[in-house]
Design a protein. Sequence first.
Length: 59
Amino acid sequence: MSPSTGPRLVLVGPPASGKTTVGTAAAGALGLAFRDTDADVAAETGSSIADLFVQQGEA
């Protein structure tokens, strides 16, 4: 993951609260790139977040 410059919008919330849906819409409306950190972690590790939690725990 490389650092980005310029404006950012960070959404934080519980699982299944709509962060990806709202983030995608907001990024499109604001002309910003959308980045999903779950997807970044999955690409880096080769495992989904759910699988990592099972394998390593959440803490």
